[in-house]
Design a protein around this ligand. Sequence first.
Ligand code: ADP
Ligand code: MG
Length: 292
Amino acid sequence: ATPMSVMVGVGKAAEAGVLIRNGEALQTASKITAMILDKTGTITLGAPKVTDVVLAGEFDEDTVLRLSATLESGSEHPLAMAIVESAQESGLSIGKASNFKAIAGHGVQAEVDGKTLLFGNEKLMHEKGIELGDFVEKAQALAAEAKTPMFFAIDNKFSAIIAVADPIKEDSIAAIKRLQKNGIRVVMLTGDNRDTAKAVAKKVGITEFFAEVLPEQKSEKVQELQMQGEIVGMTGDGINDAPALAIANVGFAIGTGTDVAIESADITLMRGSLHGLADAIAVSKATLSNIK
Ligand code: ADP
Ligand code: MG
């Protein structure tokens, strides 16, 4: 494409809220054969809310919520925000945590009121040797409803499941369908558990997904598809997505996402809608066909 036609294309895309950082990305976008979509904050709003508290031990709901929120007040994860908000809505006072530690892709731990608290996924509980009994099945049932169940342990004793739900953006289903109609292989990628991922993928019409992917493994999934011969687009919003965005043939960041994601991407979807993907591809095709 000539520099002039690329400039026109970049301008057209900008009108649709799609910011293209370089002409090369505009030219590669039309060649994308596979699009990887992060789940949380990309397909979904990234604003989860607490939906269920299932008690398992001697502690009541207020105590469980107050302690877990105090623990999570040290975390910037969207799941942590949901817990803190829920406690605040119930009028519970959030205390002080010490020795806070985030365990990437697994959860968080700290000490509160002299108690050792652990909060996160099933894998984390297994690694710490915490017995969950038949609450594993309870968690699976919540996950089948597209909720994310998290396990809470107080002094190494399992005490509750707290589940959150993250609404799907209203136009994600239609935007994904547009990509698929363009013949693009759409794949979902998430650190969330397999059952939740499966339920969300089904809701949005995606048949291929990778779940329980650790942050450092996201870019490996991009490379895997590239090794299969795909020209890979990657769309994400989180710090975790940055290496994958950088390594993809075209990286797309959600405009409301983290700065690190935006800086690592070639194209930013200012409106947060996944329709920006098919819009960018359409502008790319028009740009290339104008100049032969
Ligand atoms: P995602 O790609 O969905 O953002 P992450 O890799 O950040 O996933 O986390 C994977 C899983 O680890 C989460 O679904 C959750 O079960 C657990 N987890 C991570 N961070 C936290 C946290 N701050 N509190 C509780 N659980 C967490
Ligand atoms: Mg995300």
